[in-house]
Design a protein around this ligand. Structure first.
Ligand SMILES: NC(=O)c1ccc[n+]([C@@H]2O[C@H](COP(=O)([O-])OP(=O)(O)OC[C@H]3O[C@@H](n4cnc5c(N)ncnc54)[C@H](OP(=O)(O)O)[C@@H]3O)[C@@H](O)[C@H]2O)c1
Length: 270
């Protein structure tokens, strides 16, 4: 079997919507040759748009299944069953299948596609800006060169971490849903500022720049969130008074319950 790498692999993308397009950009950034990438979407106008924008070629799912070294499935979870029926009869021997579908288990892809090498990836929305956080699990059929392909490609989309598949739901409830948790917190802070008399535009700027600065401090200082929090909290000071309300309202318990609910939903989607 031929070894694959980012530059030489023949790649097929099934689904180039929001996430698929972000992943396509990452593939090209990682060094994939547009001439070796084929894709399929449902709508003709989207197909023309993607082909023109990136110089890649539209193909049937059957053709991509037969010719791709790496087949990426980036459709909504409810479309997986019919996609697998189109892929299975012609899937190239030794191909790597990468699924980006929330909740769908490796075993489902193995059963539907005749036990190929499978990588299960859960990306998140900041992938659209190249600062994504992806979680990846591999099955036993995945070869070292295929694993390197996935890691190299995901590095161009942000960061990736390999986890046991049993942790996928918990990890997805952390980084997959995570951006939405932070957006909800930002909304709540903007509402709080408005309630205290600040206009909406000013409140949005104050909160957005604050969360950006806080995220940069976490990323660049090497200090933990706890240390950074303690550094801005003088005893009996104003931040102390604010954080005390979080503690009294059991912020930790509330967040844990939210994350557990998201993980439970991910398990139910399997
Ligand atoms: N967006 C996110 O933030 C995010 C985060 C984590 C995981 N994901 C996962 O990524 C997957 C895709 O999400 P998305 O937001 O990119 O969805 P999306 O924007 O709706 O894109 C879905 C794509 O699949 C195509 N498609 C559907 N059925 C097809 C078929 N039978 N043949 C060919 N193409 C087909 C659609 O084509 P048309 O547009 O022409 O209909 C579209 O290009 C989901 O499973 C989701 O769980 C997404």
């Amino acid at each position: 079997m031929n070894q694959i790498d980012i530059k030489s692999a023949q790649i097929g993308l099934i689904g180039v919507g929001n996430m698929g397009e972000a992943l396509l950009v990452a593939l090209l950034k990682a060094g994939s040759d547009a001439g070796r990438i084929k894709f399929a979407v449902r709508r003709e106008e989207r197909s023309v748009q993607i082909a023109e924008r990136y110089g890649i070629t539209a193909a049937s799912i059957q053709e991509m299944a037969a010719t791709s070294d790496v087949l990426m499935i980036i459709v909504k979870p409810q479309d997986l069953e019919s996609i697998m029926q189109s892929v299975a009869p012609t899937l190239k021997a030794g191909a790597l299948v990468i699924s980006f579908l929330a909740g769908k288990k490796i075993a489902t892809l193995e059963a539907g596609l005749g036990q190929p090498a499978v990588a299960r990836v859960m990306p998140n929305t900041p992938t659209l800006l190249g600062v994504g956080m992806a979680i990846v699990s591999f099955n036993k059929m995945v070869q070292p060169d295929q694993r390197s392909f996935v890691n190299d490609f995901l590095a161009a989309a942000g960061k990736s971490i390999e986890v046991e598949e049993t942790l996928q739901d918990a990890a997805a409830a952390t980084s997959g849903s995570g951006p939405a948790y932070f957006f909800a917190f930002v909304e709540a802070m903007i509402a709080g500022a408005i309630e205290m008399g600040i206009d909406s535009t000013t409140a949005t700027t104050l909160v957005t720049q604050t969360i950006l600065g806080a995220a940069k401090m976490l990323d660049e200082t090497g200090k933990s969130a706890a240390t950074l929090r303690e550094n801005v909290t003088s005893p009996k000071g104003m931040t102390y008074e604010g954080l005390k309300v979080f503690e009294e309202g059991d912020l930790d318990g509330l967040v844990a319950r939210a994350m557990n609910a998201a993980a439970a939903r991910s398990r139910a989607m399997a």
